[in-house]
Write a protein that binds this ligand. Structure first.
Ligand code: GLC
Ligand code: CA
Length: 562
């Protein structure tokens, strides 16, 4: 135990790989990804150079929100295997030198969880009576996924709160018994040997007393101040932190709409309860609040968001770094270019993997998977996608409405992993539970393995370079040319050693005059995504007349600074 405790800091030098198991690899041919498939692919995961795996929820769930509606916290969904198979995966991951963290979803359960089934019965001596948030009259809050945030339950004769889908009733965290249940869940997985948790919408678990109405005319966001960073959040999280401290478990909080200043309360000082937070600022460079409210991508917005977190957390807290996960459409289709698929995929990798913090790679991101475009809304399965479609822009022509879905749906991140060019992309020998992206013949792991300059091998090179350098792991961050709308340039520095990252986000060749202090200096090219144009490892003088950058050209150079 104490050994684990001392080593919690491992996460700062780690790279994580995120597995959304249902679409990762099907090991038993029923068309659904599972822990048998994961077991077989652990060597592949390890081959990326990563140090840890985050599993999206693996628990029994009716899948109203694909695992985020949990009906039993201490078991494995029969679609994915069982506890024995999970232990096999856990042990093998550990043997391969990879840690494993689980998803902890405690803002809500499934309505099919035993606690909710009991709670519905009401009655004064019912121990589950106050496990959820029941009211005789609803307030005016909206849910994120399905209309109003309240649903009437005819058995109990009251309304229950659900910030997400109807089948996701919110737990009443003010009830100490509920918090004890959470601690038991933590202990269950930690004593089995898992290394930590990613904590779902953790900044929403404490609601304002009396549940006051929100600002009615603002859908969803008008009520958020009533449950985001609520009045008792830090007390409750301190209780959970104590349990995690006993095991040295890493805690990563998902913080929708969190600001950098509120994040610091979770990440530092007396109220520190998390090791990292997943922030969202940098995910709105092409949208407002959510991908469904699209606006054209602007690099400046992306750079501002990344730099803000880099600067504000410096010396105080640790960043988590990501561009994709199971909640967002694919990054090449958003911030990159499907036309310059390889170039933009590698440039995006360069842009975020060398920031200060812990990078996360989402399954399929490392081979440049892109958004799927299904031809009818009926083919989509995600509850929020469907809700957006029926709720907003309903008077627009069908094509326009579908276009919004194509660019925003979470389902694009949830299509089966593309392993090879065989039928169903090698994901399953059966009938895949969801559509495989038709581009799998070209975009797949086997094909990428054969491409030394491809996206997959570039990710491996990024992971390796980062791990090899104290400067990249621990050095400071400084952005250059923040007003440049096409180029992202930053420096990581430790003492006299600097790494300079330069990424073009332009689909055209463009000139770039290096800022003062760089031109004329000697530097070594550590990484390039144009290996036929530039020579990795070469030492040269940074040109005074500037660099000519090819479309989505990216590079990492190393130099001495005085
Ligand atoms: C988080 C999860 C998302 C889920 C939601 C409700 O944002 O990442 O997938 O739908 O919480 O649990
Ligand atoms: Ca299966």
């Amino acid at each position: 135990m104490s050994e684990k405790k001392e080593s919690r800091d491992w996460y700062k030098e780690a790279v994580f790989y995120q597995i959304w198991v249902r679409s990762f690899c099907d090991g038993n041919g029923d068309g659904i990804g599972d822990l048998y498939g994961v077991y077989d692919k652990l060597e592949y995961v390890k081959s990326l150079g990563v140090d840890a795996i985050w599993f999206n929820p693996l628990y029994p769930s009716p899948n109203a929100d694909y695992g985020y509606d949990i009906s039993d916290y201490c078991d494995i969904h029969p679609d994915y295997g069982d506890l024995d198979q999970f232990k096999k995966v856990l042990n093998k991951a550990h043997e391969l030198g990879m840690k494993v963290i689980m998803d902890l979803v405690i803002n809500h359960t499934s309505d099919e969880h035993k606690w909710f089934k009991e709670s519905r019965k009401g009655g004064d001596d019912n121990p589950y009576k106050d496990y959820y948030i029941w009211r005789d009259e609803p307030n005016n809050w909206d849910s994120f996924f399905e209309g109003k945030a309240w649903e009437f339950d005819s058995l109990r004769g009251q309304y229950y709160l659900h910030l997400f889908a109807k089948k996701q009733p919110d737990l009443n965290m003010d009830n100490p018994k509920v918090r004890e249940e959470v601690k038991n869940i933590l202990r269950f997985w930690l004593s089995m040997g898992v290394d930590g948790f990613r904590e779902d919408v953790i900044n929403f678990i404490s609601k304002k007393e009396g549940l006051p109405n929100g600002i009615g005319f603002l859908p969803v966001i008008g009520s958020i101040h009533n449950f985001k960073d609520g009045p008792h959040i830090h007390e409750y999280l301190a209780e959970f932190r104590k349990v995690c401290d006993e095991y040295g478990a890493v805690q990563i909080g998902e913080g929708p709409m969190t600001t950098v200043n509120t994040a610091l309360k979770y990440l530092s000082g007396d109220t520190k309860s998390m090791d990292m937070m997943f922030s969202f600022d940098h995910m709105t460079a092409d949208c407002l609040f959510t991908e469904y409210l699209h606006r054209p991508f602007k690099l400046i917005r992306l750079k501002n968001a990344l730099s803000k977190w880099q600067y504000k957390l410096a010396g105080k807290a640790w960043n988590s770094l990501y561009l994709e996960n199971h909640d967002h459409p694919r990054i090449i289709s958003r911030y990159g270019s499907e036309k310059y698929h390889r170039e933009s995929g590698t440039a995006l990798a360069t842009a975020y993997m060398f920031l200060k913090g812990t990078p996360f790679i989402y399954q399929g991101q490392e081979i440049g998977m892109t958004n799927i475009k299904l031809s009818s809304i009926d083919q989509y399965v995600d509850v929020s996608t469907k809700n957006n479609y029926i709720r907003y822009h309903v008077k627009d022509p069908i094509e326009a409405r579908l276009h919004r879905i194509h660019i925003s749906s979470r389902d694009s991140a949830r299509t089966p992993m593309q392993w090879d060019a065989s039928e169903n992309a090698g994901f399953t020998t059966g009938k895949p539970w969801f559509f495989v992206n038709p581009n799998y013949k070209d975009i797949n792991v086997a094909a990428e393995e054969e491409r030394p300059d491809g996206i997959l091998n570039y990710y491996r090179a990024c992971v390796k370079l980062r791990a090899s350098s104290k400067t990249l792991l621990r050095g400071s961050y400084k952005e250059y040319e923040p007003g440049n709308p096409l180029i992202y340039m930053y420096e990581r520095r430790l003492n006299k050693t600097s790494y300079i990252v330069i990424c073009s986000f332009s689909g055209e060749a463009i000139p770039f005059i290096l800022p003062k202090g760089f031109a004329g200096h000697s530097a070594k090219l550590m990484l390039t995504n144009y290996p036929r144009k530039r020579k990795q490892g070469e030492i040269g003088i940074l040109p005074k007349k500037g660099l000519r950058l090819s479309p989505y050209e990216a590079m990492v150079i190393k130099m001495k600074r005085v």
